[in-house]
Design a protein around this ligand. Structure first.
Ligand code: SF4
Length: 487
C-alpha cells in the first residue's frame, strides 16, 4: 500500500486542496505517512509571494537528494506554482515526476499509477472551465467542529500584483443546492462552524439561478452578487449550523445586502477579514482594486452601523511600485482609522505574468522591510488594545479542542474570531463543538484566557470521556494564517 505525504505552502485554499488530495489518495488505497517514509511526496505550492516559491525550490532540492538514494520516490509539485509554471518546472527541476494544477486533483491517483508503470514525467494543468469540479469535504471528518467548504474558484478581478487569475482561472461557482447539501452533511457529522472559501467569495452567483433575491440587494449595482442570498439559504436550511464564516471577500462586494445578512443572521460571526491592500488612492488605482479609500471606509462604517461589535482584519501590501512615503502614511492612517484587529502584511514582490511586472519595482528592499515593521508596530498595538478591552467581558466561544500551548486549557474562538483559551480543560473538553459563555480573565499578545461562567459550569459535567481525549486534535494559540492575501 503506497504511503504519501502532502506539504502545504500558502493559504487556506491550498490547505483545503491538500485535504482533498489526501482524500482522493486514501480513496485509491494509499496511506498518509511521515514525509521521510513516503513513496509519494506532494508539495502543494503557492506562487502568491516570492518567498513561497523559494521555499518550494529548496524543498524540491531536498527531495531530489533523497530520490538519488530511493529512485522509486515520486515527487509531485501541485498548486498555484504548478499551474503557473507548468512544463517549465520539469525543465528546471528534473527530479519532479508530476506537475498538477488545482483543477486536476481528482486525477491524482490515476496519474501516479501511470508514473509507477513507467510513464515519463507528466504535466496536468487544465482548467475545468466547461464542467467545474468541486471536491467535497473528506469523509474522515468528525474530530473537529469546524470545516472549510469551497464555494467558488478562480477570480474575475485583475489586481495588478496578483497571480491568481492566471493560476486559478476565471470564476466558477458551485450551486447553492450542492453547497447546502455538503454543509448539512458536515453538520450531521458534528461540524458546527463552516468557513466558505473562495478567492473573492462574496462575488458568488448560483449557476443554476436557484436563489431568491436577498433583502436590500440592488440588481442594478455592479458590485451586487448572490452571496447574501446564499448565506440566508444556508442559515434557513441547515439549522444545526452555529457559525458561518467566509474568506476572502472583496471589499467592493461588501454591499448593503451582505451587511444586512450580517445584521439579521444569528450564525454570522461579528468579524470580517476584508483585504484592503493599501490606504492610498494612488496605490489602489495602480493595484486596480476598483474602490477608493473613502469607499472602503464607508463600507466599513455601514457594517459597523449594522453590527456595532464587528471587528475587521485585513491584508496590506507595502512597497508596491511607486509607493511613496506619503502613500505609505495613508496606509498607516487607514489602519488606525479602521482599527483593524489583525493585519497580514506583505512586502511587494514581482510575480511573473502579472500586469505589475511591467512596473519598476522601485521601493528598495530595506525600505519595504522598514514599512512592514511599522505596519506591524501599529497593528500589534491595535490588537493589544482590543484584547485588553475584553478583560472582564463574557464572550460566546465555540469550543474547538484542547490547547496545544497550554495543556491545562481548552481552546476555541469567540464570535469575533478572538482565540480564547479556557481554563479547566478536563471539564471544558466535554463541550467541544458547543458554544459556551466564558469570562475573560487575561489578555495575551494574540489571544485571551477565560473561564466558563457559573451558569456554564452548572451545565458542564465533571471530567471528560476517554474516547474524546484521544479523538481531539491539538490546536495552537497563534491566529490561523491569513487568507492568502487575495480579494
Ligand atoms: S487579489 Fe484577490 S481579487 Fe485581486 S486578482 Fe487576486 S484573487 Fe482576485
Amino acid at each position: 500500500m503506497p504511503g504519501f505525504s502532502v506539504t502545504t505552502f500558502g493559504c487556506q485554499m491550498n490547505q483545503h486542496d491538500s485535504e482533498r488530495m489526501e482524500e482522493v489518495l486514501r480513496g485509491g488505497g494509499a496511506t498518509a505517512v511521515a514525509a521521510d517514509d513516503a513513496d509519494v511526496v506532494i508539495l502543494n505550492t503557492c506562487s502568491v509571494r516570492e518567498k513561497a516559491e523559494q521555499k518550494l525550490r529548496s524543498e524540491v532540492g531536498r527531495w531530489a537528494k533523497v530520490k538519488r538514494e530511493r529512485p522509486d520516490l515520486l515527487i509531485v509539485v501541485a498548486g498555484c506554482m504548478a499551474q503557473q509554471e507548468g512544463r517549465s518546472i520539469l525543465a528546471e527541476m528534473p527530479s519532479v515526476d508530476l506537475v498538477l494544477g488545482p483543477d486536476n486533483i481528482a486525477e491524482l491517483p490515476g496519474l501516479l499509477a501511470e508514473l509507477r508503470m513507467g510513464s515519463p514525467p507528466l504535466v496536468r494543468t487544465e482548467f475545468d472551465l466547461d464542467a467545474p469540479r468541486f471536491l467535497t469535504a473528506p469523509t474522515t471528518l468528525g474530530e473537529r467542529p469546524t470545516a472549510f467548504v469551497t464555494t467558488m474558484k478562480g477570480c474575475n478581478e485583475r489586481c495588478t500584483f496578483c497571480v491568481v487569475p492566471n493560476t486559478r482561472g476565471p470564476e466558477r461557482y458551485r450551486s447553492s443546492a450542492e453547497l447546502i447539501a455538503e454543509i448539512a452533511d458536515l453538520v450531521s457529522r458534528g461540524v458546527r462552524e463552516v468557513t466558505l472559501l473562495g478567492q473573492t467569495v462574496n462575488s458568488y452567483r448560483d449557476p443554476r439561478g436557484a436563489l431568491p433575491r436577498a433583502p436590500e440587494a440592488d440588481p442594478g449595482d455592479p458590485d451586487e452578487s448572490e452571496f447574501a442570498a446564499l448565506l440566508r439559504a444556508i442559515a434557513a436550511e441547515v439549522p444545526g449550523l452555529v457559525r458561518l464564516r467566509y474568506t476572502s471577500p472583496h471589499p467592493r462586494h461588501l454591499t448593503p445586502s451582505l451587511i444586512a445578512a450580517h445584521r439579521d443572521l444569528a450564525i454570522m460571526p461579528h468579524h470580517v477579514h476584508l483585504p484592503v491592500q493599501s490606504g492610498s488612492d494612488r496605490m489602489l488605482k495602480r493595484m486596480l482594486r476598483r474602490y477608493r479609500r473613502d469607499e472602503f471606509l464607508a463600507r466599513v462604517a455601514s457594517l459597523r452601523a449594522a453590527v456595532p461589535e464587528a471587528t475587521i482584519s485585513t491584508d496590506i501590501i507595502v512597497g508596491f511600485p511607486g509607493e511613496t512615503e506619503a502613500d505609505f502614511e495613508e496606509t498607516l492612517s487607514l489602519i488606525e482609522a479602521v482599527g483593524f484587529v489583525g493585519v497580514f502584511g506583505f512586502k511587494y514582490s514581482v510575480r511573473p505574468n502579472t500586469p505589475a511586472e511591467r512596473l519598476p519595482d522601485d521601493v528598495p528592499e530595506a525600505e519595504k522591510s522598514r514599512r512592514l515593521a511599522r505596519v506591524f508596530d501599529v497593528s500589534e498595538r491595535l490588537v493589544r488594545e482590543h484584547l485588553a478591552q475584553q478583560l472582564g467581558k463574557t464572550l460566546r466561544v465555540l469550543v474547538e479542542g484542547p490547547s496545544k500551548a497550554r495543556e491545562e486549557n481548552a481552546t476555541g474562538r469567540s464570535e469575533r474570531n478572538e482565540i480564547v483559551h479556557i481554563e479547566d480543560a478536563a471539564r471544558v473538553r466535554s463541550r467541544v463543538g458547543e458554544v459556551v459563555e466564558v469570562t475573560v480573565v487575561e489578555a495575551y499578545k494574540h489571544s485571551l484566557l477565560g473561564r466558563m461562567t457559573e451558569a456554564e459550569l452548572a451545565r458542564t459535567p465533571e471530567g471528560m470521556p476517554t474516547r474524546m481525549r484521544r479523538a481531539l486534535p491539538l490546536l495552537g494559540d497563534k491566529p490561523s494564517p491569513g487568507p492568502r492575501g487575495e480579494a
